[in-house]
Design a protein around this ligand. Structure first.
Ligand SMILES: [Zn+2]
Length: 202
C-alpha cells in the first residue's frame, strides 16, 4: 500500500480544534439542495483530509495557517456549477464555493482535496496573479520565474498561499511533481475583476 493510500485510510475525522472538540471540521458546512448526499459526504471527507494535511505541513506560515483554521470554522456554503470549463470557484474573502462535480470528482481524491484547499485559501482572503505562459521558445523544462510561472518555482503565482497549500496535499515527492506538471497542463486559476477565483480547464 502506498503511503498516500495509507494516509487516506488513517486520517482522523476530527482534528485540531481542541478548544471545541464537539465541532467536527466541515460538519457545519452548508450545501445547496441539488447536491446529492453522496457528493456532500465526499466533500466533507475531502475537506477533513485537506485540513488535517495542512495542519501537519510546514509550507504555510503561522499567519496563513491561522487564517485557514478560522475559515474552516465558518459555515462554508457549497453550490453546484455545470460550466464545463470550470472545476471550482470562490470569491476571495467570501465563505462560499461552487464545484463542478462532473469535472472535479473523476480527477481522484488527491486532486479533489487540492482543489478544495486552494478555494478555501481564497475564502480565507488569499489571492494570486494570473499565471504567465512561457514566451515563444521557452518552457517549464527550463523555468525562469522572472518571465513565466512553473510548478515549484516559488515565483509570483506558484509561490502564493493557495498554490503552496496544494503542495501540502500532493502526496509523496515523486507523485507530487508529476501531479503538478499534469495539473499545470490541464488547469489554471484566474481571478476576475469581481474577485471570483475560478480553477479553469485549459
Ligand atoms: Zn486561485
Amino acid at each position: 500500500m502506498s503511503s498516500s493510500l495509507l494516509l487516506l485510510k488513517t486520517v482522523p475525522l476530527a482534528v485540531a480544534n481542541k478548544a471545541e472538540p464537539q465541532q467536527l471540521i466541515a460538519d457545519n458546512f452548508t450545501f445547496e439542495d441539488d447536491i446529492t448526499p453522496a457528493e456532500v459526504g465526499m466533500l466533507r471527507e475531502r475537506h477533513r483530509f485537506a485540513f488535517s494535511s495542512i495542519m501537519s505541513c510546514p509550507v504555510l506560515n503561522a499567519n496563513e495557517r491561522g487564517r485557514l483554521i478560522n475559515t474552516y470554522r465558518l459555515a462554508i456554503h457549497h453550490s453546484r456549477t455545470n460550466d464545463p470549463k470550470v472545476n471550482a470557484s470562490a470569491f476571495v474573502g467570501v465563505p462560499a464555493m461552487s464545484v463542478n462535480f462532473t469535472n472535479l470528482f473523476p480527477q481522484g481524491p488527491i486532486e479533489i482535496a487540492q482543489t478544495l484547499i486552494h478555494e478555501m485559501m481564497h475564502c480565507a482572503g488569499f489571492s494570486h496573479p494570473d499565471r504567465r505562459h512561457p514566451p515563444e521558445g521557452m518552457s517549464c523544462t527550463d523555468p525562469n520565474p522572472a518571465l513565466f510561472d512553473c510548478p515549484f518555482d516559488n515565483g509570483q503565482y506558484y509561490g502564493t498561499a493557495p498554490l503552496r497549500a496544494e503542495v501540502c496535499i500532493g502526496g509523496s515527492q515523486s507523485d507530487m511533481r508529476a501531479r503538478f506538471q499534469k495539473k499545470a497542463q490541464e488547469e489554471r486559476c484566474v481571478i476576475d475583476s469581481n474577485g471570483l477565483a475560478t480553477i479553469r480547464r485549459v
